[in-house]
Design a protein around this ligand. Structure first.
Ligand code: SF4
Length: 377
């Protein structure tokens, strides 16, 4: 008897992902494969056909996970903006185009099986969220972002990870089935590059966090600006997202003057001649340091060679070698035991269930800045 195939039956070659790591690896390989076979494929989506369901005046998941709750509150209560957010609108639109490309590339292989911009159920009352792509056959939620290449090198941001984790956690709760969360980063400067990152999360922790953030935001919004929370302690007038340097100059958050009435951080407005002087100085010292480091390399190699020759002597005669009297120094061989460390990242990659268990012990170190010479762009 002929087998009955229901319309819900997935295509035969649908991949099976046991975890988000496998899902991200498969998605990245597949999308890169499309671009390798047809490098112009992504250009199909540089025309404005994409749309967004983002509605002003409603609380969205992107705001609930925003590290600056104040920005979300200002937007929701309609605070007058310092300026239009043309830059972010432009990049939001670019993100929609890339999302359209990822969707179309996946749908080509699995027609009719991948839903897009679907309302996520189970979010707290008054919060709206639409996941970019929902691939139920593989229990995977995919969120597509367009970022600068530097962002990809540093790995996905906490905000991006949290956003896709919120969608996946609510889908998982709705279906009573684990859901994998994957973030796809496409890059504005180079359309031929992309990365897919697995996002590991604990659904209960995420759902509780969303509820608590949403309740706090809604409480402040109800006050309609008669009282506002203080500027979050993690925000800094001279740093993103409050202010940031772009190729077109300094940009500020649309509500900058509300939080920092004294004006933009002065250090950002260093006169150009002063900037040039600092850059020349930096380059000069940097080059001197590089020259010294180049001289150090052969010295280190010689010291390593002599140490290798001396080691058997120490082993034969004891740990201390007497130096000539005029040195007033002896040479001692110290035996340092190997340090025991645990490769937590490797363990999590092999067993994704570990990551959520480690979440309560997570500590984020102080970030730091680094100056690096890169190819002139
Ligand atoms: S200026 Fe900074 S602190 Fe104020 S709303 Fe904007 S991002 Fe938040």
């Amino acid at each position: 008897m002929e087998a009955v195939v229901t319309p819900e039956a997935p295509p035969r070659d649908v991949p099976v992902f046991e975890n988000a790591v496998q899902a991200a690896a498969w998605i990245e390989e597949y999308l890169k494969g499309v671009l390798t076979r047809d490098p112009d494929n992504i250009n199909l989506y540089t025309r404005p056909t994409a749309s967004t369901k983002f509605k002003e005046g409603e609380l969205h998941v992107t705001e609930v996970v925003d590290p600056c709750y104040l920005r979300s509150i200002h937007r929701l209560i309609g605070t007058e903006r310092d300026h239009e957010e043309s830059e972010s609108k432009h990049w939001a639109h670019t993100g929609l185009l890339y999302e359209a490309w990822v969707r179309s590339a996946l749908r080509e292989a699995f027609p009719g099986r991948i839903r897009s911009n679907t309302l996520v159920q189970g979010l707290p009352t008054g919060v709206q969220g639409y996941d970019d792509l929902w691939w139920k056959d593989t229990w995977t939620v995919i969120d597509v972002k367009s970022r600068s290449i530097g962002a990809g090198e540093n790995g996905p941001s906490e905000k991006d990870k949290l956003q896709v984790a919120v969608y996946a956690a609510h889908r998982a709760a709705h279906y009573g089935h684990p859901v994998h969360a994957v973030l796809v980063y496409t890059y504005r400067q180079d359309l031929s590059k992309l990365d897919a990152f697995p996002v590991l999360y604990n659904p209960e922790v995420i759902i509780a966090q969303v509820r608590s953030n949403a309740a706090t935001l809604q409480g402040w919004v109800q006050l309609q600006g008669s009282a506002l929370p203080p500027v979050p302690p993690t925000m800094d007038a001279g740093k993103f997202p409050c202010s940031f340097q772009t190729r077109d100059g300094l940009k500020t958050c649309a509500f900058y003057s509300r939080c920092w009435p004294e004006g933009p951080a002065k250090r950002v407005f260093t006169p150009p001649e002063q900037v040039q002087k600092l850059m020349l100085e930096h380059r000069s010292f940097h080059q001197q340091k590089q020259a010294l480091e180049a001289q150090l390399k052969p010295l280190e190699a010689e010291l390593k060679r002599i140490k290798g020759d001396l080691e058997p002597v120490f082993q034969a005669h004891g740990p201390v070698m007497k130096g000539p009297a005029e040195w007033r120094q002896d040479l001692k061989m110290l035996v340092m035991p190997g340090r025991v460390t645990y490769d937590v990242e490797g363990a999590c990659l092999k067993n994704p269930d570990l990551q959520p268990l480690l979440e309560p012990y997570k500590k984020t170190g102080e970030g730091f800045t680094q100056l690096r010479y890169v190819k002139a762009g």
